[in-house]
Design a protein around this ligand. Structure first.
Ligand code: HEM
Length: 198
């Protein structure tokens, strides 16, 4: 049985490889903080990777499909791809936000900056504070604006054609807002400990 032939098998293989490399390269003992940081980055990549897929690939692709009158249309994408992508998208957002908040406590509480102080942009924590605000606003957009409106578009929540058109527009603008916030957010995430580019 080749594990690379199933998604679960590939995920498991990657996790095992990660653990094996961690033992081989470091082996200095189990660190919850470093495991949390790794989870934060892995879930953040999943979330923001899908955000970029939606904005750069799927939305323009579906617009082309709608304009292509003799073409196959986008019904299959809406039925088979979008629900799957949205599942990973919204739960990766939760994992990123939670692991990020825990990381604040691990990394900055000993330096005088717990969650409340970081969110209040206490001196010395302004860069990660701004980054955390941007990340949490993005997570809010996912759960309060994008997902409930996508449920109407996909027919999971009943809606008239007019309500679906409004929902599509709100979800698109919220997703575009997250797209715009993502690069400054990432700059702040890495900027706190490694410096800002300008
Ligand atoms: C949702 C709210 C978020 C919170 C509260 C948060 C919090 C944090 C914290 C506390 C750190 C540690 C900074 C340091 O040690 O200097 C960090 C680092 C980082 N975060 Fe986030 N984050 C959030 C969202 C995201 C998202 C969406 C991404 C997307 C990929 C992301 C990617 C990163 C990266 C790459 C680092 C750098 C790790 C390092 O330099 O060691 N974060 N974040």
């Amino acid at each position: 049985m080749n594990p690379l032939k199933s998604v679960n098998g590939a995920i498991l293989t990657s996790l095992l490889l990660m653990a094996a490399l961690s033992f081989a390269l470091g082996g200095s003992g189990f660190s919850v903080q470093n495991l949390d940081r790794w989870l934060h980055i892995a879930s953040g990549v999943t979330w923001v990777g899908l955000l970029y897929y939606f904005n750069v690939i799927q939305v323009p692709g579906l617009a082309d499909a709608a304009a292509d009158k003799g073409g196959p249309g986008g019904v299959g994408i809406g039925k088979y791809i979008v629900p799957r992508a949205l599942f990973w998208f919204r739960w990766a957002a939760v994992a990123t936000a939670l692991s990020g908040i825990i990381l604040i406590e691990f990394a900055f509480r000993p330096l005088g900056g717990g969650f409340m102080q970081v969110m209040a942009l206490k001196e010395g924590f302004t860069v990660i504070g701004v980054g955390s605000w941007l990340g949490l606003i993005m997570a809010f957009n996912v759960w309060v604006l994008i997902w409930p409106n996508q449920k109407k578009v996909l027919g999971i929540t009943p809606a008239t054609d007019e309500q679906k058109a409004t929902a599509r527009n709100v979800a698109l603008l919220a997703s575009r807002t997250n797209f715009v916030l993502s690069l400054p957010m990432l700059m702040c995430m890495t900027g706190q400990s490694h410096g800002l580019p300008f």
